[in-house]
Write a protein that binds this ligand. Structure first.
Ligand code: PHE
Length: 466
């Protein structure tokens, strides 16, 4: 590995890196999960807690992972071993996480393409029929078809490489995504709707107020802790941390790029899009169904929103289309980062070339994706999780990665860098060209003490102990 002459792929510069990393970070989590949690947790209060955590907890984990990648110039599977020879197992863990997530993320990506195609065919009205979503995901062939289509798009981008594939596509898709989100969120403020049954008129602006103004009514210590926990879990997932991704992308970052500044930009991008997504979804859903409609959870995107679009007539059909195009871009750039994390791991570990590594990993993942699709029909079962919810194959993979493995990878990374390799490992990398490491003391305290404890609490909640 070390003595090969092949130069490592790299992003051309800071913008390419930041857009690719932001492409990974901005995903389904920002678009439906963030607004849903914000609505559930008292609007503005959640936003404030989230911001504070982003600047402390999120910053610490993100800068650590990117630095590990850039320092070692290795992908996740081999990077940790280079930091400390006894810690190769952590590399295996952070390889397994994207390998588990990628197949089911492709399935959800397939659902998004299905919705986009529905709006493209002017069938938006069909999407609001009861049972449209359920009928689709339980059908035998369609979900497989759309999943493979989505997976093929990811394959092509990763196959083309870091600069010609990931960077090039991110530079086009991310700006379009921002424009669409801005457009819909401004439009949402002007929505006005009178409920035919109650005669009550609600506006998008009132919904925006619900979103931004903190709701302290009935706030107890316990409720506040729930808000903190929700914000922390969301942040962790939203920044694509503990998935091996930021290590892989960091390894493609040139040494002369200002790492600390890039981390700040990624955070601003990710948080900005999440906040705007809230502004896009909450006022619209509020105008149509009041506060109750906002607790729709995961169904929000595939069930509630199509109803909102349908009530906006012809223009709603158009909004539905550009909304799902935007979601597709968000999901695609995230899925690509997962595939890149596992592909580059194979390249570094076994010295495979990119073509072989992409083919093998995409192929293996496609098999798992098909099993995930079949989990809704042929292989249907209901498994009860320790957290009390039930689920199918997709939920099992989601549970194993998000609730169990990711917090563990996060905790072990903090222990490795905070206590064994020491925080200087990261600090030296960040300041390699004489840059300043802002928030250094905060970083060290967060890394050694606060972050691992918070992650441990996330783990306990995730497995249903708290
Ligand atoms: N950060 C993504 C989001 O917020 C999550 C994610 C990224 C999931 C990459 C998978 C792969 O949606």
């Amino acid at each position: 590995m070390e003595n090969e002459i092949k130069p490592r792929n790299s992003f051309t510069g800071s913008i390419g890196f930041v857009l690719a990393a932001a492409g990974s970070a901005v995903g389904l989590g920002n678009i439906w999960r963030f607004p849903y949690l914000a609505a559930k947790d008292g609007g503005g209060l959640f936003l404030v807690v989230y911001l504070v955590l982003a600047l402390t907890f999120g910053f610490t984990l993100l800068i650590t992972e990117i630095s590990i990648g850039r320092k070692t110039q290795e992908s996740p599977l081999t990077a940790y071993k280079k930091i400390n020879p006894h810690w190769g197992f952590l590399g295996v863990f952070s390889f397994v996480v994207p390998f588990i997530i990628y197949p089911y993320y492709c399935v959800i990506g397939g659902w998004v393409i299905k919705y986009m195609a529905t709006y493209l065919a002017f069938q938006g009205q069909a999407a609001v029929q009861d049972g449209f979503f359920g009928g689709f995901i339980t059908a035998q062939w369609q979900p497989i078809f759309f999943t493979i289509l989505f997976a093929l798009l990811c394959f092509v981008i990763v196959y083309k490489g870091v600069e010609q594939g990931i960077e090039k596509y991110s530079k086009v898709l991310m700006p379009i995504l921002v424009i669409i989100v801005l457009f819909i969120s401004i439009y949402a403020l002007f929505i006005k709707y009178t409920d035919p049954e109650t005669g009550i008129t609600r506006t998008g602006l009132q919904g925006a107020a619900v979103y931004f103004i903190p709701d302290f009514k009935g706030l107890t210590v316990k409720k506040f802790l729930t808000v903190c926990l929700d914000a922390m879990g969301q942040l962790f997932y939203s920044l694509s941390i503990a998935m091996g991704i930021m290590v892989a992308y960091g390894s493609y970052m040139k040494k002369d790029v200002n790492l600390g500044k890039s981390v700040n930009q990624i955070e601003i991008f990710d948080t900005g899009i999440a906040m705007l997504a809230g502004l896009m979804i909450i006022p619209a859903v509020f105008a149509f169904s009041g506060k109750d409609g906002m607790s729709a959870g995961p169904g929000l995107m595939f069930v509630t929103l199509p109803k909102v679009f349908a009530s906006l007539g012809k223009f709603g059909e158009f909004l539905g289309l550009i909304f799902f195009v935007m979601v597709l871009f968000a999901a695609l750039t995230s899925a690509v980062s997962l595939l890149e994390a596992i592909t580059s791991s194979m390249m570094d570990k076994f010295n495979w070339d990119r073509k072989k590594a992409t083919l093998v990993m995409a192929g293996a993942s496609a098999v798992v994706s098909i099993i995930v699709c079949l989990g809704y029909n042929v292989l249907y079962f209901e498994l009860l999780f320790p957290t009390g919810s039930t689920g199918q194959v997709l939920d099992i993979l989601d549970y194993a990665s998000n609730n169990v493995l990711m917090p563990i990878v996060g905790i072990l990374t903090c222990i490795l860098i905070g206590w064994i390799a020491k925080p200087e490992t990261v600090i030296d990398e960040v300041t390699i060209n004489g840059e300043k490491f802002g928030r250094k003391t905060l970083y060290i305290i967060m890394l050694k003490f606060v972050a691992p404890i918070l992650l441990f609490v996330i783990l306990l909640t995730g497995v249903g102990i708290i």
